[in-house]
Design a protein around this ligand. Structure first.
Ligand code: T46
Length: 172
């Protein structure tokens, strides 16, 4: 596993360090999420920082229909507590640190988004909770679908029932 994958390239007189995106760490096949290293270009002058990016249908397995971000949440804040029936999502935290707790109806797992270059691809069907580890951490999301409240499952018992039906092979 190569996480992150570094590549050196010359652009004019400037030497950049670029991390290619890597579908690097498939944390758990069963749970249907992927922790990836976003394309990252660090400026050679540390005062100028870095730039990370991901392209829909190239770096992530869906076209992006919507972006949103969550800001000004305090350390200790908990959000989420739902699953999506249709939405694929890329989550990343360009500033701060946020834990993403995932549950698939049987197992749970926590992924820490604590570096700007970390991206978390969530397939539909995972219950998620987000926990702010630092004040003002920013959670950015690229989603495959337009906003549709009916596509959310916000009731936990309903979610367990949904998972049971899916595992039994009943599709919508
Ligand atoms: C998710 C996690 C990571 C809209 O009107 N349009 C939108 O596109 C979104 C995402 C939300 N909203 C409204 C719905 C609620 O009235 O914004 C309010 C806050 O949304 P919610 O309580 O769902 O926020 P979180 O932080 O619990 O969850 C959000 C996303 O909704 C969800 O898709 O996966 O972030």
């Amino acid at each position: 596993m190569a996480f992150p994958a570094f590549r050196l390239s010359r652009r004019g007189a400037v030497l950049w360090i670029r991390q290619g995106i890597a579908r690097a760490e498939k944390v758990q096949d069963e749970m249907q999420f992927e922790l990836v290293s976003l394309n990252t270009v660090m400026n050679p002058d540390p005062k100028l920082g870095g730039l990370s990016f991901a392209e829909g249908e190239r770096d992530i397995p869906f076209a992006i229909r919507r972006i949103y971000y969550i800001f000004q949440a305090e350390k200790g804040a908990h959000r989420g507590f739902h699953a999506h029936k249709k939405n694929w999502q890329l989550l990343f935290c360009p500033y701060g640190a946020i834990d993403i707790i995932l549950f698939d109806g049987e197992e749970s797992c926590t992924v820490s988004l604590d570096e700007p270059s970390k991206g978390l691809i969530l397939y539909p069907g995972l219950w998620r909770e987000m926990v702010w580890k630092k004040d003002d951490s920013v959670l950015c999301v690229a989603a495959s679908e337009y906003y549709d409240p009916d596509e959310y499952i916000r009731d936990y018992d309903e979610y367990l029932q949904y998972v049971k039906q899916k595992k039994g092979g009943i599709r919508e």
